[in-house]
Design a protein around this ligand. Structure first.
Ligand SMILES: [Cu+2]
Length: 694
């Protein structure tokens, strides 16, 4: 099957082919092409995605088998993968892992990957290799645009820009890379600006759904005789952005990131060193983008997080393959202070002076073993430490919370533990058209600082947005998962299919449970304070037993030279093993089918998405069921020559009113949607994107 520039412009075809072309265990979504010579996957297609599904990268990633998007706000979306989300997924930006600033993940890692700056997303199919860092399940690396070295001594300019707009929130996104490089040096600047107003749904305007974000940065690289150094600096300035499923909206994020990397290529051996730094300053409030409560109940919360990372890797040939030894260190600090802007004496240090440290070592071998099976086998050990600082409250804070702070400070504030991860991924080319694969792993995740140190009952829960207030537990054990999965990738002359089945038994899964044995009876200070804040039945993070299993696939069939159909289907079940309940916020079964017509320089796709009802909901999280729905979308793209492409989209063509199971419940009283009702999907929307590259 020959693929010209637009011969595989359907996103589905794109997703199928790169895995075979590159690495069978990585899915790549290419957002914008880079210099074609640089990346072999580029031949497949530069401009393959719907031009504008909004500012949230998770909405694009959700098109992959097993993936779904958690909606917590226009710039707070998270990727769900095979039932896991939040900190259970190992998400990096340019291989850099860092701590989010918001205790509710208003800035999940993908917040720092605005689409005009993204070159591609690399999804680890199934589970992440241990070399990518700790994490319970899969992982994703967002690769930002960067300048590429040239092939002569003369400097040549480079650029890679995109401009897009869509109707449903009157939004635009513009930006990209401008650079200059020769064979030894490269320099670039990044710039991206996004703005959008409230989102229109078939029921009317959804209040508090606007967004705005500015990102800018500089990057440089130098190379000579096997040595390469790169430095990247970026600043993100997010302005007022709504989060209707949360108790507060974003006022700002001011985030600085830096990464320095040094690679030494010694022929058969490689040494890779890197250092990373991130610094997040964040404010959120309950009165700027939603009707203000009375002065006494107005809140503004300030949160800070810094992360420093160091890593070193040494790769060499061994046992017929390549082995990598590595070490990585990470230190994060967190501070969260709740204030009332109308009362200087009212403040609570809900997470004060928290330090989270990790030291990891790993070894990972990749190569081909007996019977033609290729393998990637890794072992990693991490030592974790967490330390809580002294909680504090201001003089205007009532007795109850102040007493809780005193009780918290009197307890043990230090914790440490070690975890061991083992992951093996295996694949074998059975024939020219068929690759079989399976994976086995034991992976772990240690509790986050919110799950461990929350002493004040608040809705901060790492982005669960279930309306409950939570307190932490300093005795939590790490989660451990036993993972097994199997599947195959088949690519025939006219058709392809890549199904996978998987099973995950998770011990000590961290989940909210009733605070005490008498839920609903207010007989403890925590319940009293939670009740004053509107939730008489607070939850406490606890270790429970869980299981996730499911299957997903993508597939396609070429009807003729011009026509092909492609699809993606995902089905996942999440359940408790210790009680009769389901896991919270699990994506309902879905099927996406698209028919594409291609003609030289242009293509058009008509797509249907059918999502089943989800009534397997979590009673523990008071989760509401949702009905199924179907929507239709249409896309088209043109290659205009000279590195210029234009794409158009019409989403939700029939203006269907539907509820997305993974969107939260509305908490903004100005919305057309009632308080506590699930937020509806966006209405009919027209979008366009123009891309320019050189
Ligand atoms: Cu926040």
């Amino acid at each position: 099957m020959t693929r010209t520039l637009f011969a595989s412009t359907s996103v589905f075809a794109l997703l199928a082919a790169p895995a075979a072309a590159d690495h069978p265990l990585v899915d790549i979504i290419t957002i914008h092409s880079q210099t074609p010579a640089h990346d072999t996957t580029q031949v497949l297609s530069p401009e393959t995605l719907p031009p504008n599904a909004g500012p949230d990268p998770a909405a694009l990633i959700a098109r992959l088998p097993g993936a779904a998007a958690i909606g917590n706000g226009a710039l707070s979306g998270q990727m769900q993968y095979r039932g896991l989300f939040g900190s259970r997924i190992n998400i990096r930006i340019d291989d850099h892992a860092f701590a989010s600033g918001g205790p509710n993940l208003m800035d999940p890692p993908l917040h720092y990957a605005p689409l005009p700056l993204v070159e591609r997303f690399e999804l680890d199919r199934g589970l992440s290799p241990v070399s990518a860092g700790p994490g319970l399940g899969g992982g994703l690396n967002a690769v930002l645009k960067r300048s590429q070295f040239g092939d002569s001594a003369g400097f040549t300019p480079q650029f890679d820009w995109s401009f897009s707009a869509r109707s449903v929130d009157e939004s635009y996104a513009a930006g990209g890379l401008t650079g200059i490089a020769n064979e030894r040096w490269r320099f670039h600047a990044l710039y991206s600006i996004e703005n959008g107003s409230d989102v229109e749904s078939p029921r009317g305007m959804l209040a508090g759904t606007e967004h705005n974000r500015l990102v800018y940065g500089l990057g440089a690289g130098w190379r000579s005789d096997g040595h390469e150094i790169s430095l990247d600096l970026r600043r993100t300035e997010t302005g007022e952005t709504g989060n209707p499923p949360f108790a507060m909206d974003i006022r700002y994020f001011d985030t600085d990131m830096a990464r320095l990397a040094y690679t030494i290529d010694l022929g058969e051996q490689q040494i890779r060193l890197s250092a990373g730094y991130s610094d997040v300053a964040h404010a959120m409030s309950n009165f700027r983008l939603r009707p203000a409560p009375p002065a006494m109940r107005q809140r503004e919360t300030f949160a800070y997080a810094t992360t420093k990372t160091l890593s070193a890797e040494y790769e060499l040939p061994a046992m017929g393959g390549q082995i990598t030894f590595g070490t990585d260190l990470s230190r994060s600090e967190h501070d969260v202070t709740i204030t009332n802007p109308n009362n200087a004496g009212f403040y609570l240090g809900s997470f004060a002076g928290i330090e989270v440290d990790r030291t990891g070592v790993f070894a990972e071998w990749t190569g081909t073993g007996p019977l033609g099976w290729s393998a990637e086998i890794g072992l990693r050990a991490d030592h974790h430490q967490a330390r809580g600082g002294e909680a504090f409250t201001g003089p205007a804070v009532p007795m109850g919370p102040s007493m809780l702070a005193v009780g918290y400070n009197a307890g043990e504030l230090d914790w440490d533990d070690s975890t061991i991860d083992v992951a093996g991924r295996f694949w074998r080319e059975v024939s020219d058209t068929l690759t079989a694969r399976f994976a086995l792993a034991h992976k772990s995740r240690v509790p986050g600082y919110v799950e461990r140190f929350a002493w004040l009952p608040t809705p901060a829960s790492g982005g669960l947005a279930d309306g409950n207030t939570y307190v932490g537990d300093r005795q939590l054990e790490p989660e451990t998962a036993i993972i097994a999965e199997a599947g195959f990738d088949w690519q025939g002359g006219r058709a392809y299919a890549r199904p996978t089945v998987y099973w995950r038994e998770i011990d000590d899964y961290i989940q909210g449970v009733p605070f005490d044995d008498t839920p609903g009876v207010i007989n403890s200070p925590v319940e009293m304070i939670s009740n004053m804040n509107g939730d008489p039945t607070p939850l406490r993070f606890a270790n429970v037993e869980a299981r996730l299993y499911g299957f997903d696939l993508d597939f396609g069939y070429r009807l003729s030279e011009r026509w092909h159909v492609d699809g993606v289907a995902s089905w996942v079940r999440g359940e408790r093993r210790d009680i009769d309940d389901n896991l919270y916020r699990i994506a309902p079964p879905s099927l996406r089918l698209g028919a594409t017509y291609e003609s030289g320089a242009w293509y058009a796709t008509l797509e249907g998405l059918v999502v089943a009802e989800q009534d397997r909901v979590s009673r523990s999280n008071s989760e509401q069921a949702t009905d199924g729905y179907a929507i239709a979308n249409a896309y088209a793209g043109w290659s205009l020559g000279d590195g210029m492409t234009l794409a158009l989209s019409a989403e939700n063509l029939l203006d269907e009113d539907y509820e997305q199971h993974l969107a939260g419940y509305n908490r903004n009283a100005a919305s057309v949607v009632g308080l506590g009702e699930r937020l509806p999907g966006t209405g009919r929307s027209i979008g366009l994107r123009l891309s320019l590259q050189r």
